[in-house]
Design a protein around this ligand. Structure first.
Ligand code: AMP
Ligand code: TRP
Length: 328
């Protein structure tokens, strides 16, 4: 049986890229895998510039969003990373076996560090903490979007290196965790230029109101070949079509493809149909979020229970790690 772990930064609101690339998959996976663990990675969020009061608020909001999206504390474990100190303990240990060159090659590190004048060490060792997150629970399956594939390669290398050095050859201790991608592994922003991401300001928030979503969809970029309504388009090159594939039922997706390539529909008509199907999925999520905001004690209870569960597992792992490394 797969052991599932994944994480999300509380560095902004949960957007539909996160939802379609990862979180919707978490909600499905918890059915067949009741022990799945989902973590709000607040330590990871410290590597960017941030305001403590805003972080506190966003951590809470992320819990609201995840629970509203369908994470069920009766089936899955939800908690905040900084409430389980073993994450940073194991990260230090992994720092001592991770090759510097591997960290310097990480695309995310190269991107982010090139945009900063002074680069903090935490940005470089970010993937080491991520490896610790996963391996602390001996997880082997990590549902994420495509942008995390390289970080998971590094997690596998860390597991291999630790096993080679400290575990018997015939009984590796850490599994080699693999990414689990969805069909919507990379959602583009509404500008159609870059990945949908908190830092690009090109997102649709999971909890945004219907009118606000429509105000963003209406001017969103479509197939550039469709200058006039009568110009036929190529669905596959259009971001709106990909959102249809994520939100609309298959017969509607087929109809969209047909109406676009024959210019029977203009882009606005196509977006209206998309908006309807998005609302069908998102209205109940918004409703649950509003209910949860009225009951903060439910959120605290879910997170506290998650911390308890995780500390028990984490302590056991650290016990075995320290034993193997001569630290007892
Ligand atoms: P983050 O918000 O960077 O902590 O990402 C949380 C999860 O959402 C990770 O599994 C990411 O891979 C996934 N994710 C973030 N942006 C996108 C996107 N534009 N398309 C698909 N998945 C995404
Ligand atoms: N780096 C991930 C992201 O930006 C977040 C993350 C931290 C994570 N630790 C993790 C994801 C462990 C999966 C497993 O999306």
């Amino acid at each position: 049986m797969a052991r599932i772990f994944s994480g999300i930064q509380p560095s902004g609101e949960l957007h539909i890229g996160n939802y379609l690339g990862a979180v919707r998959n978490w909600v499905q996976l918890q059915q067949a895998h009741p022990g799945a663990i989902f973590c709000i990675v607040d330590y990871h969020a410290l590597t960017g510039n941030y305001d403590p009061a805003v972080l506190r608020q966003r951590r809470h909001e992320m819990a609201v969003s995840l629970l509203a999206a369908g994470i069920d504390p009766a089936r899955a474990t939800l908690y905040a990373q900084s409430t389980v100190p073993e994450h940073t303990e194991l990260a230090w240990i992994f720092n001592t076996i991770t090759p510097l060159g591997e960290l310097e090659r990480q695309t995310q590190y190269k991107d982010k560090s090139s945009r900063q004048e002074s680069v903090v060490v935490g940005l470089l060792t970010y993937p080491v903490l991520q490896a610790a997150d996963i391996l602390l629970y001996l997880a082997d399956t990590v549902p994420v979007g495509e942008d995390q594939v390289q970080h998971l390669e590094l997690s596998r290398e860390v597991a291999r290196k630790w096993n080679a050095r400290f575990a018997p050859e015939d009984a590796p201790f850490f599994p080699e965790p693999k990414p689990l991608l969805t069909p919507t592994r990379r959602i583009m922003g509404l500008d159609g230029q870059a990945k949908m991401s908190k830092s690009m300001g090109n997102t649709i928030g999971l909890l945004e109101e219907g009118d606000a979503i429509w105000a963003k969809l209406r001017p969103a970029v479509t197939d550039p070949a469709r200058v006039r309504k009568t110009d036929p388009g190529t669905p596959e090159v259009c971001n709106i079509y990909h959102l249809h594939k994520a939100f609309s039922p298959p017969p509607v997706v087929a109809e969209v493809a047909e109406k676009c390539s024959t210019a029977a529909w203009g882009c606005i008509e196509c977006k209206k149909v998309l908006h309807e199907h998005m609302e069908a999925e998102l209205v109940p999520i918004r409703r649950r979020a509003a209910e949860l905001r009225e009951a903060p004690e439910l959120i605290t209870a879910a997170l506290d229970a998650g911390t308890e569960t995780c500390r028990t597992i984490a302590r056991a792992t650290m016990g075995r790690v320290k034993e193997a490394m001569g630290l007892t």
